[in-house]
Design a protein around this ligand. Structure first.
Ligand SMILES: [Zn+2]
Length: 307
């Protein structure tokens, strides 16, 4: 079992996992990601090195130009200056050093917590796509239910990773990032890593799950603000296209995710795109069919791109 961080918590993870599996569904449980079902499984050190490299890759000249354009535009974005400062100076520094444990609990604003912070297991494999991502897709988890303390939200992230990685056989937790009711941002696969949250969009989107069931209730303000700040941060850093399209999962998949109330909320956000709608008469859910490893032919960047 490849685990890291939170050694005390890891001792009880198997029981937690069984309990979780006996619970209901989570947002991604009907989804498929054929690529994930048959990806090459590198050893632990390779996966760690690949992931670290992906998160520490410097921006290309084009991206830097894009970032400078974005800086000029950022006043038009909804994020607060406070959120940007906190994310840039605290959260993302941790993100870059994501295998190093870090403390939590700074007051005010959203913080981006690393995988090590929530005790993530290492991914089986990491595949990148070339950014910036043109889509941001919002999910709710349905299960786990909403969490309001950082300890609770960390456990929710571990539960989702268990479900996706152990039960579904995916490389990792399906989402790019998770948002807790505590207002914290939890790194999932991260930016520019192919996800497993929205078929056909996994290699061109950032998938953000707002932990909880948001069919009838609106997520707390700090949670919504954290999601907005994360998106703005991704744009600022060049990981998300400044002209990105914001979608709810239900627009690309036969699902009620991200829940009616949350979907209503994000439909008022900048960049929400109402023109994309899932057509149940022409698009059928893909089957989850693990493929033999030798048939896997990545069509994206190698695991350690030089960009
Ligand atoms: Zn979803």
């Amino acid at each position: 079992m490849q685990q890291q961080g939170l050694p005390n918590g890891s001792k009880v993870r198997n029981n937690q996992h069984k309990k979780f599996l006996n619970q209901s569904h989570i947002c991604a449980n009907k989804q498929t990601n054929k690529k994930n079902a048959h990806e090459k499984v590198p050893n632990k050190s390779d996966a760690r090195a690949d992931l670290t490299a992906s998160l520490t890759t410097s921006l290309t000249g084009e991206q830097q130009n894009r970032s400078s354009i974005i800086r000029r535009r950022r006043n038009r974005d909804s994020m607060t200056a406070l959120g940007l400062v906190l994310l840039s100076m605290m959260g993302y520094t941790q993100h870059m050093q994501q295998l190093q444990p870090s403390s939590v609990g700074v007051e005010g604003g959203a913080r981006l917590l690393s995988r090590a912070d929530w005790g993530a297991r290492v991914p089986k494999s990491v595949e990148h796509f070339e950014g910036p991502a043109p889509y941001v897709i919002i999910h709710h988890s349905y299960m786990p239910a909403a969490c309001f303390s950082t300890a609770e939200c960390m456990k929710s992230m571990r539960d989702m990773q268990d479900f996706h990685q152990l039960e579904r056989g995916w490389n990792d937790i399906g989402y790019s990032f998770g948002i807790g009711g505590d207002g914290m941002i939890y790194t999932g696969r991260g930016f520019n890593v192919i996800g497993a949250h929205a078929p056909k969009y996994n290699d061109k989107s950032v998938g953000i799950v707002l932990i909880g069931d948001w069919r009838t209730e609106l997520p707390p303000k700090q949670m919504l603000d954290a999601a907005k700040n994360l998106i703005a941060f991704g744009v600022f850093k060049g990981y998300i296209d400044p002209a990105y399209k914001l979608l709810g999962h239900k627009q690309v998949r036969d699902t009620e995710c991200p829940g009616g109330r949350l979907f209503q909320e994000i439909s008022t956000w900048p960049h929400f795109n109402n023109s994309i709608r899932f057509n149940t008469t022409t698009e059928q859910p893909q089957k989850v069919e693990p493929q033999p490893q030798q048939q896997h032919q990545p069509k994206t960047l190698p695991a350690n791109p030089k960009v």
